[in-house]
Design a protein around this ligand. Structure first.
Ligand code: ZN
Length: 417
């Protein structure tokens, strides 16, 4: 069994009885301190000792190393009553810099954050997605460079991309909505140009990370994020382990076959879920019915006016998406399924309609255990979360899969040079 996220090491033997290298042991304890502060908030060394169940010197040593690395910062807690204020530790805000980048079909975003994950005011920028890979690299590098400050190095750049990411090969393998990304090692290419580590993450996985790090899902052990964006994506956390599969392809919900010999999908196959339950097929079908091209905003306006053709197409979309949702609940038994996408943002009642349709298709005990909510996460927050996870994991790289439950394509500076 893998190590649970809140476990740590205070002894000197690994789970197989073999001696654990002292340096590795220190790194594991440092990662445990970071996780404890993320979980419990700003803490004193004494509180960390209690949270982690290890000795005070073990905590003090790990904290000292993390202060040196600028991942933690210390502040006086004036709220503890009379006497000397306690020194509290929090994730570094001012002395650290991580960058989040999103690459989507229509636009890209860039923002800077501290290691605490809070996006810095005034740093969020967006730009139209360039038409070629070379121009995309240039645009991202230019925007990230503008966020640099002289004395604070970039710890990591998290990049959320609309495409299938092979986390082992650090390569985008399939990008049906942005084909020039296919076969590209975007993390590595950016790392070479920026001289900083880059963590590449599939956009649906980014949403899952965002919900875990920023949303209330941080208190859950199992949840799923169903993402109706340019296609249909799925991010899943089961028992605190973020599921990526062997290479990173887990969660490709949009391309499960659902209609034998159905409509042609953007992936080249026929009858995928996307061909009956995605935003693009909704607009395609509405354009056919109205006998003219129709864009998203007009479809929403018509839906709000009660247009019968749009309503019936939305009904059809929900019929199939409900089947996908039933699969998710039956397969993973999540405590919560977060539904996300601009369709649900603009038509909030659609989520309730979807859940009502999913109920009869889902095993009752699993359905009754599960809540269905709208996600508050964004790809940009997910990209920042990916960067932070990569920094934490890099301190225990030999155990990153079991300690953090998160394995991403991280291009390291030393590899890129
Ligand atoms: Zn497909």
């Amino acid at each position: 069994m893998g190590r649970k996220p809140d476990e740590h090491v205070d002894g000197c033997r690994g789970s197989n009885g073999s001696p654990v290298q002292p340096q590795l042991l220190s790194r594991i304890n440092e990662a445990s301190v970071l996780r404890a502060i993320r979980q419990y908030g700003p803490s004193t060394r004494g509180e960390l000792t209690q949270h982690m169940g290890v000795t005070f010197p073990t905590v003090a040593k790990a904290v000292s190393s993390l202060l040196d690395a600028r991942l933690l910062e210390e502040f006086d807690d004036a709220m503890t009553g009379p006497g000397r204020p306690a020194k509290r530790l929090r994730l570094s805000r001012e002395d650290s810099l991580v960058v989040g980048v999103t690459v989507d079909v229509r636009s890209c975003e860039v923002a800077a954050a501290g290691f605490d994950g809070v996006i810095r005011e005034g740093t969020q920028k967006s730009f139209a997605t360039p038409a070629s890979y070379g121009k995309l690299l240039l645009a991202i590098v230019e925007h990230v460079e503008s966020l640099r400050t002289d004395d604070v190095p970039i710890l990591c750049v998290g990049v959320s991309v609309v495409g299938l990411v092979d986390y082992r090969r650090q390569e985008i393998r399939l990008a049906v909505s942005l084909p020039f990304l296919a076969g590209k090692k975007l993390g590595q290419d950016l790392s070479e140009r920026l001289g900083a580590d880059c963590a590449l993450v599939h956009d649906s996985h980014a949403l899952c990370l965002a919900e875990y790090v920023y949303g209330e899902a941080g208190n859950l052990d199992s949840f799923a994020v169903l993402d109706l964006c340019s296609g249909i994506g799925l991010g899943v956390m089961v028992n605190h382990v973020f599921l990526t599969g062997h290479s990173g392809f887990a969660g490709e919900m949009g391309h499960i076959p659902i209609v034998p010999n159905g409509r042609k999908c953007r992936c080249g196959r026929r009858g995928c879920l996307e061909t009956v339950a995605s935003e693009w097929v909704l607009l395609d079908r509405l354009s056919e019915r109205l006998e003219r091209p129709i864009e998203f905003d007009e479809a929403i306006t018509l839906a709000l006016k009660g247009d019968k053709r749009v309503r019936s197409e939305l009904n059809r979309l929900c019929k199939y998406l409900a089947i996908a949702m039933a699969h998710v609940v039956n397969l993973f038994d999540p405590q919560c399924v977060y539904v996300t996408g601009r369709l649900f943002d603009r038509l909030p009642w659609l989520r309730d309609h979807l859940v009502a349709r999913a109920r009869p298709a889902t095993l009752e005990p699993a359905f009754d255990n599960c809540r269905f909510l709208t996600s508050s996460g964004t790809n940009l927050l997910g990209a920042v979360a990916a960067a932070i996870s990569a920094v934490t994991s890099s301190r225990v790289h030999k155990l990153n899969d079991t300690l953090s439950g998160i394995t991403l394509a991280v291009a390291r500076r030393q590899l890129a040079r």
